[in-house]
Design a protein around this ligand. Structure first.
Ligand SMILES: [Fe+2]
Length: 281
């Protein structure tokens, strides 16, 4: 009997450590003394209940994780809806956020960044220009590459406005800072703060390359889009000034190897898109 009690204690300790084996059932058989049987039955019952509760808790946590992910996706879709409303105001920027996000994600993956960092860059790309939603109509209607000072100031506020719009969405990772700093340039000529070099977050530097390339290869109200190779040449020129040389070369490698996004591929024989400025407004 004493030996059995010692064995039962061992099984109880094992159960307490989370090992829900059926060893205890051995002691519920009729040939064992009644106190041992009752102890084993009570413990077996307790084990079944604890295991069932643990299973239920695990299911609830899994359900919560799914719901949380759905909630986050819905919030991102809602904010993207706001960003896409830009397309209704400015047909030239329709699809720009998605393309910048795709270019930036491809570049980030090529750099070997973690999937968590890539997700932040994806969201930053989709939302980088969300602050343009507040632009006055005259900016969308302006066709001259030169801008009056007051209009330039209004344009240069969009990173701050964009970051303000998404600042409370704390699950967006680095996206808020990427939105805020996507027009900063390594030589200090960017806006809104004129940051330099490493003071600009890596995700924002990635977005800057992707944003510049898409802006150059897309028709805008103030310019016609350049060809891929013309845009590469301008990116390389900018690499000596505001953009990261290393990122520009990796980006060019990526596009040469894996092509443009499907929406940017021109059908054979189609007229070559032509001519804009070097940087995204
Ligand atoms: Fe922008």
């Amino acid at each position: 009997m004493e030996k059995m009690i010692v064995e039962l204690i061992g099984i109880m300790e094992s159960v307490a450590a989370g090992n829900y084996s059926n060893d205890i059932m051995e002691y519920t058989r009729p040939e064992h003394p009644e106190p041992i049987r009752r102890l084993a039955e009570a413990m077996g019952m307790m084990m079944v209940k604890v295991e069932a509760r643990e299973q239920r808790l695990e299911n609830l946590v899994a359900e919560l994780e799914v719901l949380n992910e759905q909630l986050q996706n819905n919030i991102i879709k809602t904010v993207c809806g706001i960003a896409n409303a830009l397309g209704a105001r400015d047909r030239y920027t329709e699809g720009h956020g998605e393309r910048v996000a795709e270019y930036a994600v491809r570049l980030a993956r090529r750099m070997g960044l973690s999937e968590e960092e890539v997700q932040g860059i994806l969201i930053g790309g989709l939302l980088h220009d969300v602050g343009k939603i507040g632009f006055s109509d005259r900016i969308f209607e302006h066709i001259d590459i030169r801008l009056p000072d007051d209009m330039r100031e209004e344009i240069q506020r969009h990173p701050v406005i964009g970051a303000e719009i998404i600042k409370d969405l704390d699950f967006l990772g680095g996206a808020e800072s990427y939105v805020l700093f996507h027009h900063e340039r390594a030589d200090g000529t960017g806006y809104p703060f004129g940051l330099r070099d490493e003071a600009i977050p890596q995700g924002a530097r990635i977005l800057a390359v992707a944003d510049s390339f898409d802006a150059m290869t897309t028709d805008r109200s103030y310019q016609k889009g350049k060809t891929r190779d013309e845009a590469f040449a301008i990116l390389r020129d900018l690499a000596g000034r505001g953009l990261s040389k290393e990122l520009v070369e990796l980006f060019i490698e990526e596009v040469l190897e894996n092509g443009l996004p499907v929406s940017r591929e021109r059908s054979p024989g189609a007229e070559a898109p032509r001519i804009p400025s070097d940087s995204a407004r």
